[in-house]
Design a protein around this ligand. Structure first.
Ligand code: PGA
Length: 248
């Protein structure tokens, strides 16, 4: 399986960032390593331009969030169908910032992911424990509960990616130990296997996210069971992001 290296730009960028796929391509000397698949998730207002430019260079594009309904009176929201209409291939669902700041419960995340899958895109479903949960020994049970309640029944290894992002590692410069990452990815694969069968679990892409940088990308991406990275801060600089892609 190729390593899925995804840029989550969060609420950063402006319209001239439409050139970023071209810039990234030139930093990569026109060559994405065979072992890597590149995904850029810009703010939705820039999605069409970024997606069209990303596709020119063999990269994918995605939205950072969507609503679970197709249309209606939901001021300020965009639907999965709209993201697809803007040429997105993926949608991130249930990022911890959405869960913590915008009330995305497991049930909401599940409904959003369902809508993404129905719109023929891939749902990247984010899970992860807080520091308090890890320190009290509840990391595994927290992540397991999130998986069981956030993954829709229609999930397969083709339409779903799981991103394991310990909340305390996001934007903090702290990363989980390689042992902890390996253990949690195995746990996630095993829970997914119980839900959808071992064969699906084997083919499931599980990304790690949380302070992935050029300096630690190679170690993290070499961990058994890590099939990619969801990158925030370091994805805003194409030199740094390219180094992470090359680490794959
Ligand atoms: P970070 O963010 O790389 O800045 O820690 C990761 C994420 O939130 O997806």
């Amino acid at each position: 399986m190729k390593k899925l290296i995804a840029a989550n730009w969060k609420m950063n960028g402006k319209s001239d960032w439409a050139d970023k796929p071209a810039e990234l391509n030139s930093v990569l000397d026109g060559k994405i390593p065979d072992s890597a698949q590149v995904l850029i998730c810009p703010p939705s207002v820039y999605l069409t331009q970024i997606a069209d430019n990303a596709h020119k260079y063999g990269m994918n594009a995605g939205a950072q969030n969507c609503h679970s309904e197709d249309s209606g009176a939901f001021t300020g929201e965009i639907s999965a169908q709209m993201a697809s209409d803007c040429h997105a291939d993926y949608v991130i669902c249930g990022h911890s910032e959405r869960r913590a700041m915008f009330g995305d419960s497991d049930a909401v995340v599940k409904a959003k992911a369902q809508s993404v899958i129905q719109s023929a895109m891939v749902a990247i479903i984010c899970v992860g424990e807080t520091l308090e949960q890890r320190e009290s020994g509840a990391a595994n049970s927290t992540v397991e509960a999130q998986l069981r309640a956030s993954i829709p029944e229609a999930s397969t290894a083709l339409n779903t990616v799981i991103a394991y992002e310990p909340v305390w590692a996001i934007g903090t410069g702290k990363t989980a130990t390689l042992d902890d990452i390996e253990q949690m990815h195995a746990h996630i694969r095993s829970v997914y296997g119980e839900m959808f069968g071992k064969r699906s679990a084997k083919g499931l892409c599980i990304q790690y996210g949380g302070s992935v940088k050029p300096a630690n990308a190679k170690d993290i991406l070499s961990v058994d069971g890590v099939n990619g990275a969801l990158v925030g801060g370091a994805s805003l600089n194409m030199e740094d992001f390219a180094k992470i892609i090359q680490a794959a």
